[in-house]
Every structure is written in C-alpha cells, then in structure tokens.
Design a protein around this ligand. Structure first.
Ligand code: UD1
Ligand code: CA
Length: 451
C-alpha cells in the first residue's frame, strides 16, 4: 500500500494493510453487522448560522435526530457521529442519543470525515452505512432496503440514488453503457460529463469497511474545494473491478439535503405533509391541511377534528372525539382526553385536560392539570411563572372558571368549585370543593339565605 499525498490516513491505512488476517479476526459472527456513520462535521456555511447545520430543527426535532431515528428504526443499533464544526454544541445535543461521537479535527471533506470514524469502527463491523448529516427526510424502510441489497449482492459499495426534478447541486451517478455505476460526478464537474444528469447521489451509502477505507487511502484533493471527496472513492473501487450497486429511494423527496434555509423550509413542507397524511390515515379529520402543523411523534385518537390554523407541537397526545382549534396552539407536553373541546386562540403547555372538558376561547394554561367535565371560560389565564419558577395550577373535576379569570399559581380549584367572571385567585389561595369565589382578590361568596 502506498501512502497518498498528505492525507493523515497513511498510518491508519498501513495498519489495516498490515493486518492481512483482519477478515479472519472479524469472523462470521459479525459479518452481518452494520455500523452507521453520520457525517456531521461540515460547517454548513450556506446556512449562515451560529449553530451547526445539523442542529437546525424541523417540526420540533433537529436534523441529526431525524436521521438518527431513521437509522435506529432501520435496525442498525450502533451509530458513530462525526463532529467538527460546533462540536461542543453537537456533543451536548447528542448526550441522550445512544451514539458514539468522534471528531474530525480538520474539515478536509466527506471522505476525510469517514476516515475520522475508522478507529471507532475498526474490527467492529464488516459493513458501514454512511449517511450525510443533512438529509433529514430519509426513511427507515429505504435504509433497510439499501442494507439488504448491499448484503445480498456482496457489492463493495451500494449507493442510494435519487431522481430529482432539479438535480443541481448534487453529485450525479455516472454509468457505463451496460448500466453499471462507474463514478460519481460532483456538481462542479457535471458540465464536463456526457451521461445522464438527473440520477443523483443522495449521500447515503453502504460499504464493505475494508474496501472503502482502502479506496479512501487513494483519494486525492485534486478538486475545486481541495477536499477529500468520499464520492471519489467510487471511481477508485470501479477501476479496481469492485462491484458497485445502487438502490433508488422510493420517494424522491428523501434525497433533499439541507444546505441553505430554503432547503430547510422545503423539507419542513415535505415532512408536514407526511405527518398529516399519517394522522388522517389514523382516523383523524384535518379540516385544512394547508394551515395545520403537527410535529413528529404526536398521537391523536380517532374521530378527533383538527380545525384550521392549528399548531400541535412535540409530546402532545389527544384522545378520541375531541375538537382542536381553529387557531389553537398545543405546545410540548400536553395530554388531552376524550370528547374535549379546545377552541379558538387557546394555548396550552405542560398541561393535562381530562375527558369532557371545554376550553373554548382565548385562554392560556401552563403547567396545569384540568380534571373531567371542567368548563374554562373565555379569556382565562394561568399565571404559572413568577419570574423564577414555573408553578402548578390544579382545576379539579366539575369546576367552572368564569370568563376573564386569572389563576395565580400555585393554586388549586376544588371539585365542582366556581370561580366568578373577572376573578383573580391569588397564589396558594386554594378554593375548596364546591365553593364559589368572586372578586379581586377572590373571596368566597356567602350562600344565599345564609346568615
Ligand atoms: C455531498 C456529496 C454529493 C451528494 C450530496 C447529497 C461529496 C463530495 N458530495 O455534497 O455527491 O449529492 O452530498 O446531499 O460528498 N462533512 C464532514 N466533514 C467535512 C465535509 C463534509 O463531516 O469535512 C459532512 C457534512 O457535514 C455533510 C456531508 O459531509 O453532512 C456532506 O457534505 P456537504 O458539504 O453538505 O456536501 P454536498 O456538497 O452537499
Ligand atoms: Ca449537503
């Protein structure tokens, strides 16, 4: 094996080459294994952002977490994330994800990024699934198909191909007269290339680990960006007579890579549509999909109706036969029961609402537990934040809150209690079961006829 240019992989490649028995050491047991490597070290210059590109969020989840979730769902349970630019922020954000984080010390291109994961990979897997950190719309089924084909065909490299109406900006897959992949032509060289120009490289691949690292050792930086392109390894593998296969993504949108803010908006639209379709397929009516946004992971029971201009964010669960909106915003950590009505301009966060309750107009409830059969009058506000802490409000079963009431948390409104219109209930001023209070601040009303 020859050392190539000044790529700092010479040593590692030599180590690999010096271990002719590596295949034997790896053994049959883990032959089937696949470890995923997500390339996420790039700067994302075109995003013009202070945070790493892969941490930008799409419907409540960062780009990288969308990808990690798809990888996990495809059945690959070991993932390495290559970080570089904004490494600290990324590491922090991935704390809860069960992934290994490695560092690409210098950002010398996608090929160099994969080499940065070599040490963490070495001897642990025969196959490596490589995913660019900026393709959040990849489906787990597609990854599965890619891996299966790779294993079945015994190819050195299996490339995920996509067909886009506008392929500009992507690497194109070049084939010979017999349809076999010979190389990937990057955008900057497309003008010199004669063949079909609309079959693109999604940036997701399955490789035989030994073959790809050997080929990467031969990749040069002789391009416009002076980078080690991962895609140049395909040409090398082909020249060495290795088999290169491809799988076409079932949905062309899966190929969308996020390079600038407009891509982020486009991906959001695609994902939004996917989620709404799934929700509707589950028996939910969405009156106006154009103006409805539902984040990933939301659960909604059948026969619930979502009215226009409604936003339902992460970690929200809604029961059956309920009605949400128009113009409602359900923020994270909200659970709503069955036959509940959440009406116009209602905002809820970290809140539970029991069955058969109604919160119909102009209301904000934060950190609140609402029981069953509760009626919350128009314009009710919980003051849950005292400047330091978020405090809880509890409104028990059958209670009734008058219009324009202000509940200053922490506070509890007992079972069947009534809070009058415009009433301010001070903090810790719990309203007993069955009592009626009114005024500012709230005072108990004497029962009629009482002395
Ligand atoms: C890349 C592919 C292109 C493909 C497209 C799909 C190369 C050379 N080209 O182009 O064929 O059509 O993706 O979206 O790979 N990265 C690092 N370290 C680096 C450089 C990049 O980790 O030093 C990561 C980036 O974070 C990104 C990925 O590699 O997730 C791809 O890099 P990017 O610059 O976005 O490549 P593209 O120009 O989109
Ligand atoms: Ca990209």
């Amino acid at each position: 094996m020859v050392a190539h240019e000044n790529l700092d992989l010479g040593v590692k490649v030599r180590i690999l080459a010096g271990q002719p028995n590596l295949r034997n050491i790896l053994g049959d047991r883990i032959l089937k294994d696949v470890i995923a490597v997500v390339l996420a070290a790039g700067k994302g210059t075109r995003m013009k952002s202070g945070i790493p590109k892969v941490l930008h969020r799409i419907l409540g989840k960062s780009i990288i977490v969308h990808i990690l979730d798809s990888i996990k769902k495809s059945g690959v349970n070991k993932t390495i994330v290559v970080t570089g630019h904004g490494r600290g922020l990324l590491k922090e954000a991935l704390k809860k994800a069960a992934v290994k984080v490695v560092t690409q010390k210098e950002l010398l291109g996608s090929g160099h990024a994969l080499i940065s994961a070599k040490k963490a990979l070495q001897g642990r897997s025969n196959n490596v699934l490589v995913v660019c950190g900026d393709t959040p719309l990849l489906k787990s089924g597609t990854l599965k198909e890619l891996i299966d084909k790779h294993k079945q065909s015994g190819a050195s490299a299996t490339i995920l191909a996509g067909k886009l109406k506008d392929p500009s900006g992507y690497g194109r897959i070049a084939r010979d007269g017999r349809g076999r992949i010979i190389k990937i032509v990057e955008e900057e060289n497309v003008k010199f290339y004669e063949g079909s120009k609309n079959e693109i490289n999604v940036g997701t691949y399955c490789f035989k680990a030994l073959d790809i690292f050997e080929a990467l050792g031969k990749v040069k930086r002789d391009n416009k960006k002076k980078e080690y392109y991962l895609t140049d390894a395909i040409d090398i593998l082909n020249r060495e007579g290795k088999l290169i296969e491809s799988v076409e993504a079932e949905d062309p949108d899966e190929a969308i890579g996020i390079n600038e803010r407009a891509d982020l908006a486009e991906a959001t639209q695609v994902l939004k549509k996917r989620i709404l379709e799934e929700v509707m397929a589950g028996g939910v009516t969405v009156e106006d999909p154009q103006t409805t946004t539902i984040y990933t992971g939301v659960k909604i029971g059948r026969d619930t109706v979502i009215h226009p201009n409604t936003i339902i964010e992460s970690e929200v669960e809604i029961g059956e036969d309920s009605s949400i909106g128009p113009h409602a915003r359900l923020r994270p950590d909200v659970r709503i029961g069955n036959r509940v009505v959440i009406g116009d301009f209602v905002e809820l966060v970290r809140t539970r609402v029991g069955d058969d309750s109604r919160i119909k107009h102009l209301t904000y409830l934060g950190d609140t537990t609402v029981g069953r059969h509760v009626n919350i009058g128009a314009g009710t506000i919980t003051a849950n934040y005292d400047g330091k802490n978020k405090n809880k409000t509890i409104i028990e079963d059958g209670a009734s809150i008058g219009v324009g009431a202000m509940l200053i948390a922490p506070v509890r409104i007992g079972k069947g209690a009534v809070v009058g219109a415009g009433c301010v209930v001070p903090k810790n001023h719990n309203v007993p079961k069955g009592a009626t209070v009114a005024g500012v601040p709230a005072r108990a009303l004497k029962k009629e006829g009482a002395a």
